[in-house]
Design a binder for this molecule. Structure first.
Ligand code: ZN
Ligand code: ZN
Length: 424
C-alpha cells in the first residue's frame, strides 16, 4: 500500500535543510526525509487490534513543523520518536477487519481515532497517569512491545494515518454517530486538543478570554468557547484574512496588529490605561483573564504577559521553536503559565469521557458548525503540494488541509475561489 513516511536520516535532513534555505520545496523533494512510497500492508497486531481504512486525515501544525524541520536541533522530544515511521495522527476512517477479541467496534463501523500510544495500546497495565485518563502524561511511551513514540506518526512500529490502511488498538477508536460526516469528524483531534487546553484553566462567566492564533487549534478553541462557555467575552488575535471566519464563529473582537500596537488596541478595547516603560512595548495592569495560546512563540508569549490581568492564566498549547522573550511581568503579575499537551479523559458537564466523545456528541446535537473549514484535500501522492499549502497558508489561503486517500486529484475550495464563483 501507499503511505507517507518520515525518515530521520542525517543526509536527507542535511540536504533538505541546506537546499531549504533557497526554497521550501526542498523539504518535500524526493531526497527529503518525507516521502510517499509503497510499504508493506498493515496486519493485526493482536486479538484486540483492528484494521482501519483512513478516509480523512488532517495535516497538523506539528506535521508541518516536522516536514519543514522547524524544531531546534536540541529539541528534548526527539528522545520520544522512533523512525522511519508513517506520519499522520488526525484520523477518521472505516473498520475493515477486526481481531478475534475486539469488543468496542465492528467491521464497517466509522471511527475517530485517539492517536496516543499509551499503556493500553502497548498492552501494559495502566500507569498512574493512564488510570486517571491523563494519557498524554503516560510514563510508558518508551516501553512495551513497540518502539518508543508518544502517538501515531512518531512510532516506527504502529503506523500513522497518511496511508491506505492502518492497524489500531481498539481502545483508540470512537464510533462516529450516523448523522456526523467524515468531513466534520476529522476535526476531532484538534478539537480535543483545544478542549483539554481550555479545561486546563476554564474561564469563569463574565471573564475575558483570548484565543491567540487561528490555525485548527485556534478555530476549534473559538468554537468550543462559544458553545460551552457562552458567558465568556471572547477576543481573538489572528491574521486579517481570518476576519470573516472569526466573525462567523462568534468572537466578540478580532485584533490583527502586532507588538505595541496590539497591546495599545487591546487596552483601548478593555478601556484600561497603558503602562509605559522607558524602553520597549507598553503593558496593561488590568487585562484579560485567560489566554489560550495556540501559537506558542516568543512573540505570542510576550504579548500574553503584557495584556493579562494579575493572576491570570496563559495556557500554551501551540508549538513554535523557542526563543527569548521579556517575561518580567510573569512574576510581577503572579501569572500562571500552563502547558497543555494532547488530551485524554476530561470531566465536563457532569460526564467523564474522552474529549473525542465530547466533540462527536456536540456535532450529533448540532451544537457546533464546522462547515467550510476544510479548504484543501489531497490524494496521498500529492503530498508535496499538500504540505506546502499547509505550510504557507497566507499564500494558499488554506484553513484546514487534509488527505483523502481515495481522492484522484486535489480539491481546493478557498473563500476567494468561492466568492469568485459566486460573482461570475
Ligand atoms: Zn494534531
Ligand atoms: Zn500509561
Amino acid at each position: 500500500m501507499r503511505a507517507i513516511t518520515f525518515d530521520i536520516s542525517l543526509p536527507r535532513i542535511a540536504a533538505a535543510k541546506i537546499l531549504g534555505t533557497a526554497s521550501s520545496r526542498a523539504f518535500v523533494s524526493t531526497w527529503a526525509p518525507v516521502r510517499c512510497q509503497h510499504v508493506p500492508d498493515p496486519r493485526l497486531l493482536g486479538g484486540d487490534w483492528v484494521l482501519v481504512e483512513p478516509r480523512r486525515v488532517g495535516i497538523c501544525g506539528s506535521d508541518v513543523m516536522q516536514v519543514f524541520i522547524k524544531a531546534g536541533i536540541d529539541n528534548p522530544l526527539s528522545a520520544a520518536v522512533s523512525a522511519p515511521h508513517v506520519m499522520g495522527h488526525e484520523v477518521v476512517g472505516t473498520v475493515i477487519e477486526i481481531g478475534n477479541a475486539v469488543k468496542r467496534v465492528r467491521k464497517g463501523d466509522r471511527v475517530a481515532v485517539s492517536p496516543l500510544l499509551s499503556c493500553a495500546p502497548r498492552g501494559l497495565p495502566a500507569c498512574e497517569a493512564c488510570q486517571h485518563g491523563d494519557y498524554p502524561l503516560c510514563r510508558r511511551f518508551f516501553d512495551g512491545r513497540f518502539a518508543k513514540g508518544m502517538q501515531l506518526g512518531t512510532c516506527s512500529d504502529v503506523a500513522g494515518g497518511f496511508a491506505e490502511a492502518m492497524s489500531l488498538h481498539e481502545s483508540m477508536l470512537f464510533p462516529i454517530p450516523e448523522s456526523v460526516e467524515f468531513d466534520a469528524a476529522v476535526l476531532a483531534d484538534p478539537f480535543a486538543v483545544s478542549l483539554h487546553a481550555v479545561l486546563r484553566a476554564p474561564p469563569e462567566p463574565g471573564e475575558t478570554a483570548v484565543v491567540y492564533g487561528c490555525g485548527s487549534l485556534g478555530l476549534m478553541a473559538i468554537l468550543l468557547l462559544r458553545a460551552l462557555f457562552p458567558k465568556t467575552r471572547l477576543l481573538v488575535i489572528a491574521r486579517p484574512r481570518m476576519k470573516s471566519l472569526v466573525d462567523r464563529l462568534g468572537a466578540d473582537a478580532l485584533f490583527t496588529s502586532q507588538d505595541r500596537e496590539l497591546v495599545r488596541e487591546i487596552g483601548e478595547f478593555l478601556k484600561v490605561p497603558l503602562r509605559t516603560p522607558l524602553f520597549g512595548s507598553p503593558w496593561l495592569q488590568s487585562g484579560v483573564h485567560r489566554i489560550y495560546d495556540t501559537v506558542g512563540s516568543s512573540e505570542t508569549l510576550e504579548i500574553g504577559v503584557r495584556i493579562t490581568n494579575p493572576r491570570a492564566s496563559i495556557v500554551v498549547v501551540g508549538v513554535a521553536p523557542p526563543k527569548r522573550f521579556e517575561w518580567t511581568l510573569l512574576y510581577f503579575k503572579e501569572l500562571a503559565l500552563l502547558g497543555s499537551n494532547a488530551y485524554g479523559l476530561e470531566t465536563f458537564g457532569g460526564k467523564r469521557r474522552n474529549c473525542i466523545e465530547t466533540y462527536l456528541d456536540l456535532l450529533a446535537q448540532n451544537r457546533l458548525n464546522v462547515d467550510g473549514l476544510i479548504t484543501h484535500r489531497y490524494p496521498l501522492e500529492h503530498y508535496a503540494n499538500a504540505f506546502l499549502s499547509a505550510h504557507n497558508k497566507r499564500q494558499s489561503q488554506a484553513i484546514k488541509v487534509i488527505f483523502d486517500p481515495r481522492l484522484k486529484t486535489p480539491e481546493i475550495r478557498t473563500e476567494a475561489k468561492i466568492e469568485r464563483a459566486l460573482n461570475n
